[in-house]
Design a protein around this ligand. Sequence first.
Ligand code: FES
Length: 71
Amino acid sequence: MSITIKIAENGPLIVQGEFKLVDANGQEVPVKKAALCRCGGSTTKPFCDGTHSKIGFQGASAAVQQSDSIK
Ligand code: FES
């Protein structure tokens, strides 16, 4: 299983590849490609609905180096 997660400039996280999206109830959500909201404004969470553009979301374009312990 190989996936790519791309940080869109001031937008969502684009997930591509073979992956599973599982909700908090353990229900698998069938998707092949997903744009996941990271601005918090989407009305279709966890998916992006374009609201980030309307609210002027500005997100980091580069990932911060992750430490050894994931929180
Ligand atoms: S990132 Fe697009 S609506 Fe939040």
